[in-house]
Design a binder for this molecule. Structure first.
Ligand code: UDX
Ligand code: UDX
Ligand code: ADP
Length: 471
């Protein structure tokens, strides 16, 4: 029979582990949830008196305020939390490998393995071990082998896969009312019991019909598949946006018309300067690597094209900026509005803005950046990494970071919108225009502005997925 989970340990207090287990604690006051991490400053931030948490998510502070100290705890004592728990989430980072076999594609499983070995070394009683981090298909198998070959004191381990589908910026909302919770287990008596034990935890707030239970490998693959298919929709609409620009069709109208087909649906069809974020590219490259390892080169090529199209979309946009500014931006001044990979997050991982700015810098243009949420130090770090052969001092000669839109656009010849921040909808474009060098250009990479209104003010406007000819 399934055990009644009373103590949960979560290894990894990052973007995934932190919010997920905080919500579990909120919704299950009868379960003690301890989130552990090796990173002391991260744990200190989670424990800070003024709730200056290490990650920004709307609503997260409220959840932590309600549960912390009641049944939610943050600690660096990994061993103690493992020892006491009946169920352990492994939510450590799985970045793309930077060197060795599969570099640039495969997931780096070192952190998962180290956490797994720690569990095996410490545990003296039965544990349900849940893989929460996004991992390649069949990682659970390796985890099981490691656990079983290092088990002692008669401890038994059941492995589950429970991928997280939350999106950044809406994490709390996604966790409170998920489209679905997916749990994969071995189809053995013990496996199914473990699965039921975790399902019972979620059943405290998630409707039963939304808790899907499947086999381990299906669960692992479904996470990669969901992200790959979401990214593929964006690459598909972005590919169409290039056709729109060349023909005078309007990508908004095309998306709208296509999305009305109930078989396709309206979401995730917004053309953009390219998708970013920590998951899409990483997971697709993972799928590409998996397909290649399975000797399925055609499958690998199919998915790789989704990432190639995204790279193309970014470089196509940079080229539009250069071409429109009379084929040279050397020494010109460009304002970039938005640096985060999407609105409502301070996260910049794989943000299209980084690629655009790198392209502008390689043309020796001057760039002024404004983002309402991203830390300055993060911007410098990202640009240094994007331009590995340019010293930071040189980058700083060309790049300025400012704190509002008007300041960003003053005396610039062009404005580039890279992130769809709500506050950009409220920009007083007349004032911006008055302060810009003429002719003043606006490049909208997020379908955010009212192009006709801006043209009336006097701007020259280019919008992704829209031809110049107004019909
Ligand atoms: C299609 C479009 O659905 C329709 O909107 C358009 O006007 C004409 O083209 P049709 O060709 O009649 O219609 O058939 P459809 O039901 O879309 O199926 C097309 C093919 O896809 C079939 O061979 C079908 O077996 C296959 N299919 C469909 C799958 O293999 N898997 C699916 O999930 C759906
Ligand atoms: C994604 C998945 O949505 C989530 O389910 C998974 O768990 C993690 O990866 P996230 O990366 O946080 O979440 O952001 P998401 O909202 O999916 O956006 C990803 C990128 O796609 C952003 O750069 C966004 O601007 C872009 N995007 C999204 C578009 O360009 N057009 C769209 O229509 C939707
Ligand atoms: P994600 O976006 O997948 O949540 P993050 O990088 O935000 O990834 O968080 C992962 C966290 O896991 C980091 O804070 C890292 O310090 C922590 N971590 C990695 N390995 C271990 C380990 N063996 N034990 C405890 N914490 C770990």
């Amino acid at each position: 029979a399934p055990i009644d989970v009373k103590k949960i340990c979560c290894i990894g207090a990052g973007y995934v582990g932190g919010p997920t287990c905080a919500v579990i604690a909120l919704k299950c006051p009868h379960i003690t949830v301890t989130i552990v991490d090796l990173n002391q400053s991260r744990i200190d931030a989670w424990n800070s008196d003024d709730f200056s948490l290490p990650i920004y998510e709307p609503g997260l502070v409220d959840v932590v305020k309600q549960a912390r100290g009641r049944n939610l705890f943050f600690s660096t004592d990994v061993d103690k939390a493992i020892l006491e728990a009946d169920l352990i989430f492994v939510s450590v980072n799985t970045p793309t490998k930077k060197s060795g076999v599969g570099a640039g594609f495969a997931a780096d499983l070192n952190y998962v393995e180290l956490a797994t070995r720690r569990i095996a070394a410490v545990a003296t009683s039965n544990k349900i071990v849940v893989e929460k981090s996004t991992v390649p298909c069949r990682t659970a198998e390796s985890m099981r082998t490691i656990l079983e070959s290092n088990s002692h004191g008669g401890a038994r381990f059941d492995i589950l896969s429970n991928p997280e589908f939350l999106a950044e910026g809406t994490a709390i909302k996604d966790l409170l009312s998920p489209d679905r919770v997916l749990i994969g287990s071995l189809q053995t008596g013990e496996g199914l019991d473990a699965c039921q034990a975790l399902a019972n935890v979620y059943a405290n707030w998630v409707p039963k019909e939304r808790i899907l239970t499947v086999g381990l490998w299906s669960s692992e693959l479904s996470k990669l598949a969901a992200n790959a298919m979401l990214a593929q929709r964006i690459s598909s609409i972005n590919a169409l946006s290039a056709i729109c620009e060349a023909t005078g069709a309007n990508i908004d109208e095309v998306s709208h018309a296509v999305g009305f087909d109930s078989r396709i649906g309206p979401k995730f069809l917004r053309a953009s300067v390219g998708f970013g974020g920590s998951c899409f590219q990483k997971d697709i490259l993972n799928l590409v690597y998996l397909s290649e390892s399975l000797h399925l080169p055609e499958v690998a090529a199919y998915w790789r094209q989704v990432v190639d199209m995204n790279e193309y979309q970014k470089s196509r946009f940079s080229k539009t900026v250069v071409d429109t500014l009379f084929k040279t931006i050397t020494g010109k001044h460009i304002a970039v509005l938005g640096f985060a990979f999407k609105a409502d997050t301070g996260d910049t991982r794989e943000s299209a803005a980084i690629t655009l700015i790198r392209d502008f810098l390689s043309e020796r243009a001057y760039v002024t950046i404004y983002d309402p949420k991203v830390e300055e130090s993060q911007i410098w770090q990202d640009l240094s990494e994007a331009c590995p052969n340019t010293p930071l001092e040189t980058i700083k000669k060309y790049v300025t970071i400012v704190h509002n839109v008007i300041e960003a656009c003053k005396d610039k010849e062009a404005v580039v919108i890279a992130t769809e921040w709500k506050e950009f909808l409220e920009i007083d474009w007349q004032t911006v225009y008055d302060h810009m060098t003429k002719p003043a250009f606006v490049f909208d990479g997020r379908l955010l502005i009212d192009a006709d209104k801006l043209r009336k003010i006097g701007f020259k406007v280019k919008v992704i997925g829209r031809g110049d000819s107004t019909q």
